[in-house]
Design a protein around this ligand. Structure first.
Ligand code: PGA
Length: 250
């Protein structure tokens, strides 16, 4: 039985005082959650968020990292740096980073390896554009992205990778994939992993859905057979809405 992982992705939102207030409000509301609760916050909120989340079941993640440990990479943050302050999770290859910051399957793969080298839990994003979906290429795109991201990892690392299936056309648009479509895509990703790494590994991989997940549709999505959690943008900015998603089963 896979434990669900419900992760918020704040993107470039929330100042430290807002982050601390949100986490303080959220903590009592999710303390009995059956799922793993994660908030992936901007770098400038990490330390404040870690302090505020201390003693709660809320885990803190970053939204990106560099694949090198240190060096002349102005403006970048390494996995080692994240780990050193107590960060546990890191989002890798979000579609916004692929689209606006030249993230490629190759850098995603390097970052994933660096995340494991630093004992961080990676959430790797894959997803198709609307055009790719309409031309019938969605499954090919997302399974290829998955295969390239995981290339060269050990079976154990693959089993411990969280994959977030996020159709790009559903991110921040209010459009959600139907629960059947989202589940089918997650299933295809799991089948691909099973083909390469075996069914035992595939059965352990957490595959989240992301893209306009909100309190109104979370339960339906999260009860599907192959959807093991959510990566939530807009609805993770407020404790009241994020709490409802975390507690979808209560
Ligand atoms: P959204 O974002 O929930 O605002 O659609 C999801 C994401 O980009 O991770």
């Amino acid at each position: 039985m896979r434990k669900k992982v419900i992760a918020g992705n704040w993107k470039m939102n929330m100042l430290p005082n807002e982050a601390m207030a949100m986490i303080s409000n959220l903590a009592p509301l999710v303390k009995d959650a059956d799922s793993e609760v994660v908030l992936c916050v901007p770098y400038t909120d990490l330390f404040y968020s870690l302090l505020t989340a201390q003693g709660t079941n809320i885990k803190i993640g970053a939204q990106n990292m560099h694949f090198e440990e240190k060096g002349a990479y102005t403006g970048e943050i390494s996995g080692k740096m994240l780990k050193s302050i107590g960060v546990e999770y890191v989002i890798i290859g979000h579609s916004e980073r692929r689209q606006y910051f030249a993230e490629t399957d190759e850098t995603v793969n390097k970052k994933l390896k660096a995340a494991f080298a630093n004992d961080l839990k990676p959430i790797v994003c894959v997803g198709e554009t609307l055009g790719e979906r309409e031309s019938g290429k969605a499954f090919e795109i997302i399974t290829n992205q998955t295969q390239k991201a995981l290339d060269g990892l050990t079976d154990e690392q693959v089993a411990n990778t969280i994959i977030a299936y996020e159709p790009i056309w559903a991110i921040g648009t209010g459009k959600t994939a139907t629960s059947e479509d989202a589940n089918e895509a997650c299933k295809k990703i799991r089948e691909k992993i099973a083909k390469i790494y075996g069914q035992n590994v595939a059965d352990r991989v957490i595959i989240q859905y992301g893209g306009s997940m909100k309190p109104e549709n979370a339960k339906e999505l999260l009860e599907m057979s192959d959807i093991d959690g959510g990566l939530i943008g807009g609805a993770s900015l407020k404790a009241e809405s994020f709490e409802k998603i975390v507690n979808y089963n209560k």
